[in-house]
Design a protein around this ligand. Structure first.
Ligand SMILES: Nc1nc2c(c(=O)[nH]1)N[C@H]1C(S)=C(S)[C@@H](COP(=O)(O)O)O[C@H]1N2
Ligand SMILES: [Mo]
Length: 248
């Protein structure tokens, strides 16, 4: 009974904070599973509201530089870019009730968020940019994560070290449902340039630059990273020992 009271209180907070989420089958499933809710509730209730700083138009950097891949350069990517990404699709799969596929037009037609934030790269530079995109929560609510889903993995179009391995990154559901976590398609009021991740890149504002996956192709919900390359959840985590949680 004691446990139920605690869960009930956490549940009430969650319900008031995000009633749209509450309407999904995924959330109802979570309510039935005490384990999942208590873990998720702690994380969500405690950290959901901490927001990354937002800036004003006057603060924008004159140039938002590119880092890492500045053009994936593969025949497949070139073909997409040549047609203005009209044939590009973002696939959402893995532990979801409804695997989905979104075109750029689909994403642009969904609710959008705009935010002016500072990007911090571990290599020692920062830049302030204005991003517009679809909240990742909007995409996930439509796909309905399975109760077992714990992480969101982003698979990108740019090959790293040769042509077999592509850039990938991941975040947990706390960051995935955070209001500032968006799938950005505009930078500074213009379509996202190729150098910055066209057609769509992740913005996950409470973390460092390398978590902000560019050139998104596929989003996969997983329970753990056992099936994701080296098992540490990201390209730099697996290949260079970077921290998986890159909090700023
Ligand atoms: N797909 C992909 N995403 C990526 C990278 C990359 O090389 N490939 N580099 C990361 C790093 S280290 C940084 S700092 C930012 C750079 O974003 P920008 O090119 O818009 O400045 O993208 C991140 N996301
Ligand atoms: Mo970076």
């Amino acid at each position: 009974m004691k446990r139920r009271t605690v869960l009930g209180a956490a549940g009430a907070l969650l319900l008031s904070a995000c009633d749209r989420l509450a309407g999904t089958r995924w959330f109802s499933g979570m309510l039935e599973s005490g384990e999942t809710l208590s873990r998720t509730a702690h994380k969500v209730v405690l950290t959901r509201r901490s927001m990354a700083q937002e800036f004003r138009e006057e603060d924008l950097s004159p140039v938002f530089r590119s880092n890492g891949t500045s053009d994936p350069g593969t025949p497949a990517y070139r073909a997409l870019a040549a047609r203005g990404f009209e044939t590009w699709r973002l696939n959402v799969a893995g532990l979801v009730e409804r695997p989905l596929s979104f075109s750029l037009a689909d994403l642009r037609a969904m609710p959008a968020r705009e935010q002016i934030t500072r990007h911090d790269c571990v290599e020692g530079w920062s830049a302030i940019g204005k991003w517009r995109g679809t909240p990742l929560s909007e995409v996930l609510m439509r796909a309905q994560p399975h109760p077992a889903a714990r992480y969101v993995v982003f698979h990108c179009a740019d090959p790293m070290e040769g042509d077999r391995q592509f850039y990938y990154e991941s975040i947990d559901l706390d960051d995935a449902f955070h209001p500032q976590t968006i799938l950005a398609y505009d930078l500074n009021d213009k379509p996202l340039p190729v150098a910055n991740g066209a057609p769509v890149r992740l913005r996950v504002e409470r973390q460092l630059g390398y978590k902000h996956a560019k050139y998104l192709m596929r989003i996969e919900l997983v329970e753990d990273f056992a099936g994701v390359r080296g098992g540490k959840g990201g390209y730099w985590e697996d290949s260079n020992g970077y921290q998986w949680y890159a909090g700023i």
